[in-house]
Design a protein around this ligand. Structure first.
Ligand code: FAD
Length: 352
C-alpha cells in the first residue's frame, strides 16, 4: 500500500495499516509535516455537547481514543508527541451564557456519560492562569487534550519506520509496481491535504473544497500542567515544553499561504488581553498553514470515485489532529479489510 502525503491524515492511516501488518510506504512531496500538520496549536477540543450528530459522535470517539493512540506512538517511536488530556477553560460572558453553560453540563452528562465532564466553576478555582470572564464563572471540561502537532507528526513517522514502514520525502509520484506481488498491491491512499482537494476537484470536474489559511504564534510561558483556554474564538494551548500556542486566524482569501502578517499580531494582542498571564510572554515563533476544507466542512474519506484502488483521506479542516485516530481506523478497515464504517456525510461522494 502506498500513502501519498506525510501530514497527520497520511501518517495516522499509514501507522494503523502498519500496525495491522500491512506493508506500507509513504511518499511525501516535500518533508514530513510540510503542510498544515506542521504547526504547533494542537487543541484536541470537543464540539459542544448539544445538537448531537454523526460528526460529533465520530469526533468524540476519536478524542477518547487519542490517549491510547498517542501513548503507543510515544512508546514505539521513543519520541514524545506532546499529548496530555489537560482539559480546557472557557469564560462565561453574561447571564444568558451562564444558563446555556449549565444546560450543556447536563447534556454532557448524557452524551459523554462517565468518560468526561463539563462543569461550570468559579474563576477563583484557577489562580493566575485563566481567561477574563464577565460573570466570574468558567466552563471547565475534562475531555479536551493537547498535542504538539509538529512533534507528533515526527513521532508518528518514527513509529511507522520502527515497525517496518518506509517514508520517502521529496517525491510526488507513486511508484509503479513496487508491491505488485503482495496483498493490497497497487492500493494508493491520497492524503495530500489542500493539493489533494485541488486534484480531486480537477478530476471530478467540480470543486470539492479548498484551503483556508491559518496563522498562529508560539509564546514562551510555562503552563505545562494547566488547562488550555478557549476564549473569543482563540485557542491558547500550553505545551509540555514551556511554550504556549495561540491560534488561529481563518482566511478564505489569501496570497502566500506561509506568510504571517498583522492579522497574527492582532491575534497575539487579543490573546494577551484575554489571558493576562501572557501579557509579557515573548513570541518564539510565528507560523501559517493552509487547512484542507471540504465543501461540507466534514472529513472526506473513502474511495476516489471511478478510480479503482485509489482512496482518499482529506478534509481535516480545523480539527484534523482531533479526528486522526478514528480516521485511521475507518480507512484501515476499508482499505485492508473491505469494511466500510465511514459515517454518512463523510464519504467523498457526500462532498460532491
Ligand atoms: C493555523 C492552524 C491551526 C490548526 N489548529 C488545529 C488544532 O488546534 N487542532 C486540530 O485538530 N487541528 C488543527 N488544525 C488543522 C489540522 O492541522 C489539519 O486538519 C491537518 O493538518 C490536515 O492534515 P492533512 O494530513 O490532511 O494535510 P497536510 O498536513 O496538509 O498534509 C498533506 C501532505 O501532502 C503532501 N503532498 C501534497 N501533494 C502531494 C503529492 N502529489 N505527493 C506527495 N505528497 C504530497 C504535502 O506536502 C503535505 O505534507 C490547524 C491548522 C492550521 C493551519
Amino acid at each position: 500500500m502506498t500513502v501519498m502525503g506525510a501530514g497527520i491524515f497520511g501518517l495516522a492511516c499509514a501507522w494503523e495499516c502498519v500496525r495491522r501488518g500491512a506493508r506500507v510506504q509513504v511518499i511525501e512531496r516535500d518533508r514530513i509535516g510540510a503542510g498544515s500538520s506542521g504547526g504547533f496549536v494542537g487543541a484536541l477540543a470537543p464540539h459542544v455537547p448539544e445538537n448531537w450528530n454523526a460528526k460529533k459522535a465520530f469526533q468524540l470517539d476519536s478524542l477518547l481514543m487519542a490517549g491510547r493512540f498517542w501513548a503507543e506512538i510515544g512508546e514505539v517511536s521513543g519520541t514524545d508527541p506532546g499529548y496530555a488530556r489537560s482539559g480546557r477553560l472557557q469564560p462565561v460572558g453574561d447571564q444568558g451564557a451562564l444558563a446555556l453553560a449549565r444546560q450543556r453540563a447536563q447534556w454532557a452528562e448524557e452524551l459523554w456519560a462517565d468518560k468526561a465532564n463539563w462543569q461550570v466553576v468559579p474563576e477563583t478555582d484557577f489562580s493566575d492562569w485563566r481567561p477574563l470572564s464577565g460573570t466570574g464563572m468558567l466552563v471547565h471540561d475534562s475531555l479536551t487534550a493537547r498535542i504538539h502537532p509538529r512533534k507528533a507528526a515526527l513521532a508518528l513517522a518514527a513509529a511507522i519506520r520502527a515497525n517496518g514502514g518506509c517514508i520517502e520525502e521529496h517525491r510526488s509520484e507513486p511508484p509503479a509496481g513496487i508491491f505488485e506481488k503482495r496483498r493490497n498491491a497497487g492500493v494508493i491512499l491520497w492524503a495530500t491535504g489542500v493539493q489533494g482537494l485541488a486534484d480531486l476537484s480537477a478530476d471530478l470536474g467540480r470543486s470539492v473544497g479548498s484551503g483556508v489559511k491559518g496563522q498562529a504564534a508560539l509564546l514562551v510561558h510555562d503552563a505545562r500542567s494547566l488547562p488550555q483556554i478557549f476564549a473569543d474564538g482563540l485557542h491558547i494551548v500550553p505545551h509540555g515544553d514551556g511554550t504556549v500556542a495561540v491560534g488561529s486566524t481563518s482566511e478564505r482569501e489569501f496570497g502566500c499561504g506561509s506568510d504571517t502578517d498583522n492579522r497574527l499580531e492582532d491575534l497575539i494582542s487579543r490573546a494577551r488581553r484575554l489571558c493576562p498571564a501572557l501579557a509579557d510572554a515573548p513570541v518564539k515563533e510565528r507560523w501559517a498553514g493552509i487547512r484542507p476544507r471540504s465543501k461540507t466542512r466534514s472529513p472526506m474519506l473513502g474511495e476516489w470515485p471511478d478510480r479503482p484502488g485509489h482512496f482518499v483521506a482529506n478534509g481535516g479542516f480545523k480539527i484534523g489532529y482531533g479526528m486522526a485516530p478514528k480516521v485511521a481506523v475507518v480507512i484501515a478497515d476499508l482499505v485492508l479489510e473491505g469494511r466500510d464504517a465511514i459515517p454518512d456525510g463523510f464519504r467523498v461522494q457526500d462532498n460532491l
